[in-house]
Design a protein around this ligand. Sequence first.
Ligand code: ATP
Ligand code: ZN
Length: 302
Amino acid sequence: MTPPAVTRDRLRVAIQKSGRLSQPARDLLAAIGLTWRESRDKLFCYGESLPVDLLLVRDDDIPGLIADGVCDLGIVGRNVLVEHGLEREAAGASSDLREFRELGWGACRLDIAISEDQEWSGPEDLEGLRIATSYPQILGKWLKDQQVKADVVTLAGSVEIAPRLGQAEAICDLVQSGGTLVANQLKPVQTLLHSEAVLAGSGTPPEGARGELVELLLRRLDGAMRLKETRLLMLRSAREQMSEVLTKLPDGHEPTIMGIEGSDEVSVQMLCHAAVPWQQLEELKRAGARQIMVLPVEGMLA
Ligand code: ATP
Ligand code: ZN
C-alpha cells in the first residue's frame, strides 16, 4: 500500500523520549537554534524558532517513523538504525534510511561476550551455543558471514543476565565501559559494530520548504560540530620574542597579530582547531608569551 501523500510543511524530528540519547539530543537541537514548547502529554514539542517539531518516542521506533515518512529526521544510535535496516531487508521491504551525520556521542560497541572462565579462540567457538541478544538481525547476519551455526535467543532487555539464568551460553549486547559485563562475570570477545548517535533521515529527502529546512539544519549542525572543537587562543608577547612564540602556536587558522599602542608588546589571536593542551600552553609561556587565554567559541559566521 502506498502511504498517503504527505502535505506537511513543518519538519518533524524524532528523538528519544527518555534514555541515554534524550538529553544530548535536546542539547544539540537547542545548540543549533531550535526552541520548542512541550505538549502536556510530553510526546510532541511544537517548534517556535523554526517550523521544526519534535516527536518524543522510544529509540526503537525512530527508524520506522522515518521510513514511513512520519518524521523527516531522527537522532538514534547506529545500532538501532542498522538493526532496523536489516529487519526491513529480511521482510523484503526496501529501506532507504541514511546516516546523515555522526554526532560524536552515545558511543558504544555491540559485542559478543562469554563467561569469564570460558576459553576463546575465535568465532567458531560459538558453534552450537545459544546467544542472547536484542539485536537478532545484526547477530544473525554476522553468524552467517562467519559460517557459524548458533541459536539466536532474542530478548527485549536484561540480556547480560541470560547466561546466569541458563537461557544462553553467550550474549551479544551493547557495551560502553564493560562494567556491566564484569559485574555479570562475562568478558567481551568479539565486536560486531561500533556505534554512536547519528542524525538519520530518508535517502530521498523532502522537497520544497521541508527540504530547505533539512539543508538549513545540516548546515547549522556542521557549524556547531566544528565550533565545539574550536578555541580562541589569545596571548601577548614582547615584539622580539614574537617569532619564537609563533613557532609554538597550535594547529589552527592564520594568527592575527596586533600592535599595542604605547607598548613594545604585540597581541596575538588565533582560532585553533581543537582544545589546547596544557603542555602546549607551557611551551608558549617558555617561548615568552604571557596572559595566555583559551576560550570556547559560542558562534561563528565565516
Ligand atoms: P527506549 O525506552 O527508548 O527503547 P532503550 O533502553 O532502548 O530506551 P537506552 O538504554 O537509553 O535505550 O540506549 C539508547 C542508545 O544509547 C542505545 O541504542 C545505544 O546506541 C546508546 N548506548 C550508549 N552506550 C550504551 C550502553 N552502555 N548500553 C546501551 N546503550 C548504549
Ligand atoms: Zn530502545
